[in-house]
Design a protein around this ligand. Sequence first.
Ligand SMILES: Cc1cc2nc3c(=O)[nH]c(=O)nc-3n(C[C@H](O)[C@H](O)[C@H](O)COP(=O)(O)OP(=O)(O)OC[C@H]3O[C@@H](n4cnc5c(N)ncnc54)[C@H](O)[C@@H]3O)c2cc1C
Length: 369
Amino acid sequence: MGGQVSQVEGVHVVVVGGGFGGIAAAQHLKSQGLSFTLIDMRDAFHHNVAALRASVQPGFAQRTFIPYAETFADSFVQGRVERVDIERQTVVLQGGREIQYTHLILCTGTDGPFPGKYNAVASYQTAVEAYEDFIKKVQAADSVLVVGGGSTGVEMAAEIKTEYPDKKVVLIHSKVGLADPELLPCVRQQAKELLTQFVSLGQKVSNLSELQLNVTRKNTEVTTDKGETLTTDLIISCTGLRVNSAAYASALSGCMTDNGALRVNQHLQIDGFSNIYAVGDCTNVREPKMAYHAGLHAAIAVNNIINSLSGKELTSYQTGNITMLLAMGRNDGVGQFNGFRLPRFLVTLGKSRDLLLWKSWKEMQQKQP
Ligand SMILES: Cc1cc2nc3c(=O)[nH]c(=O)nc-3n(C[C@H](O)[C@H](O)[C@H](O)COP(=O)(O)OP(=O)(O)OC[C@H]3O[C@@H](n4cnc5c(N)ncnc54)[C@H](O)[C@@H]3O)c2cc1C
C-alpha cells in the first residue's frame, strides 16, 4: 500500500469491530499515519481460527487472545457501538459516548456458538478461563457429539479425536457433503475419508433446542429426524453464525440483506454512502466468510479512503479462486490454494501446527506468550 500519506486535516476514520477485518484496517491506517479510532466491545482480539484447539488442549487459549490496547494505545476504545448517526457522522456507544468520523469502516462480523466463537463481553483473562473450563468438560466426557459438519464442525471433531483418541466422537451433519460447499469436491472427499469412522451424514438432531450444550451429562439421549436415537455425554454445536448488525441496523436498514449483512459495491462502500465501508463477515460479498478475505477487504477499504482523499480512482475488490485450509487436528490437514488441492503435509505445516497464530501476533506487533 505504498508509503505514508501526509496527515489530512480533519480526517478521522472510525473502525467498528476489532476482528480479523478490524485489526487489519487499523494496522493499515496506523502505518499510513491516518488518524483513527478502533472500537470493540472486548479488550482483546480473538484469533477464533484457533478457538477449537483452545477447547481441547490445556494452556493453549492464552495464545488466542491479543490485547488491543498494547498495539493501538489511545487509538483503541473499548465499548459497544449501539448506533450510527449518519447525519452527524457519529457513532454512539453504550453509555452515551459519541465518536465522530469522517470515514467509517464497519467490521462487526458474526457471533455463533461457543467454543468456535467467544460471545460474552468479559476480560480476555475470563475468556481464557472459559476455554480452560471447557477442556475439563471435554475430558470428563467419554463420548462427544458435534452438531454441524461445516468446516468448523469438521475441525472440531478432528481436534477432539487428535487430543483424545480414545473418546467416542460422532459428527452429525444434515447434508451428505462435509465442510464448505465452495471447497473442491476432492478436498471435501478427503475430509470425509479422514472422519469416516465417526461421521453421520444426511440427518439432523431433532431435539437440539431441548438439549443443553457444552455441559457434560452422561448418556444424554439425542434423536434425529431419521428416527435414530444415540446417547452422548457432551454436545457441541458448530452451526448457526449470525451477522452482528446491531451497531448499524437502525441507520442502515435500507442497505441490509435479509440476514443482516451490509450490501457493498465493488469498492466495499455501502450502497449510497461514499464515506462508509464494510469489511469481512458483515458484508454480502459472495465468497466464503473467512478471516483471510476480511484482511483483503480491509486493505481495499483503507486504500480507497486514501484514494478518495487524494482524488485518485478507487480500487475494486475482486473475488477469486478459493484458498481454504482445514486443520484436521494438529498433525493433519486438507485444503486448496487458489483453487488447486494441496498435499496434506503442506496444509499441516501451513496451518494445522500453529493455526496461523504467528500471523496475528505479528500483525498486532506483540510477542506471543
Ligand atoms: C471456529 C472457526 C474457525 C475458523 N477458521 C478459519 C480459517 O482457518 N481461516 C479463515 O480464513 N477463516 C476462518 N474462520 C472464519 C473467520 O474467523 C471469520 O471469517 C473472521 O473472524 C471474520 O472477521 P471479521 O473481522 O469480519 O469479524 P469477527 O472476527 O466476527 O469480528 C467482529 C468483531 O466486532 C466486534 N463487534 C461486533 N459488534 C460490535 C459492536 N456493536 N460494538 C463493538 N464491537 C462490536 C466483536 O466483538 C468482534 O471482535 C473461522 C471461524 C470460526 C468460527
